[in-house]
Ligand binder design. Structure first.
Ligand SMILES: [Zn+2]
Ligand SMILES: [Zn+2]
Length: 272
């Protein structure tokens, strides 16, 4: 079946905000990635993160290895039973492989997946008791969290748009439809420039000139900060780090980003 590693990172940034987490904070914790910032965690190819602080606790993708996801959640102090909704970006194993283990722990959840997912997968999910929400168009998951709906002509994928007091945060699985296209859709949906784009940017197959062009386009679109991980690739991460400078956030499994109401973002964990 699907095997993947994990990474956990915790990110820590300059702490310009209050140290206490307020009720208004939105927190994004990377649970699974091929980069890691917390050495206790298991790493593997794939991606998963947890969004807390909204009406619903949202698990975005589940990585490729459910045992690793479970272990990492435990080490990070996150109970699977608290998850209200799971958003699956696309059907590749490194984003959905952990689902059987997760649903064996907690199946009283809504699963938001692209409508084009195979019927077999939808049926298997329903058998566990989980509720399948098929997404085609932009869809509200709860106050402050929306799916872009299905995007892309090749690998169909949805991204998650989370509204925070700092601006919209876009979370991508692999960004197969293109990170720039996804950011533009998030801008269209929210009417605001994107504060942070986070997740897999899918740039490993591009050369330096192409990656530089993508980074420039994101800047031109007004993306203030970037936190590329998973399938972004080392070369692209390096280019983004140089171009975005202190607005680049190095993340991996274990990274936690806290979007404070008071206009600051704290990051816990290390690594780039
Ligand atoms: Zn992927
Ligand atoms: Zn993929």
């Amino acid at each position: 079946m699907l095997r993947i590693g994990w990474i956990v990172v915790v990110i820590l940034m300059c702490c310009t905000g209050a140290s206490a987490v307020s009720a208004d904070d939105v927190q994004i914790t990377v649970l699974y990635d091929n980069y890691v910032t917390d050495a206790r965690l298991e790493t593997g190819w794939g991606f998963s993160c947890l969004i807390t602080g909204l009406q619903k606790t949202i698990l975005f993708d589940v990585g490729g290895n459910g045992a690793a996801l479970r272990g990492n959640m435990e080490k990070l102090g996150h109970d699977p039973g608290t998850v209200d909704a799971v958003v699956l970006s696309h059907g590749h194993y490194d984003h959905i492989g952990g689902l059987p283990v997760f649903l064996s722990l907690h199946s009283d959840v809504e699963i938001y997946l692209p409508r084009s997912f195979p019927d077999g997968i939808k049926g298997d999910i329903r058998k566990t008791g989980a509720r399948v929400e098929e997404v085609a168009e932009p869809t509200q998951i709860c106050d402050g969290a929306h799916s872009t709906g299905e995007m892309g002509a090749g690998v169909v994928e949805q991204a998650l748009v989370v509204e925070t007091s700092l601006g919209p945060v876009v979370i991508t699985g692999c960004a197969h439809p293109g990170i720039v296209a996804i950011v533009r859709e998030a801008k269209r949906m929210t009417g605001s420039d994107v504060y942070l784009a986070l997740g897999g940017f899918h740039l490993t197959w591009m050369n330096t000139r192409q990656i530089t062009d993508i980074a420039r386009q994101l800047m031109e679109e007004g993306v203030k900060k970037v936190a590329p991980c998973h399938c972004t690739g080392d070369r692209a991460r390096g280019i983004f780090a140089r171009m975005y400078m202190d607005r680049y956030i190095g993340i991996g499994a274990g990274s936690k980003l806290i979007m404070n109401h008071g206009a600051s973002m704290r990051k816990t964990g290390k690594g780039r």
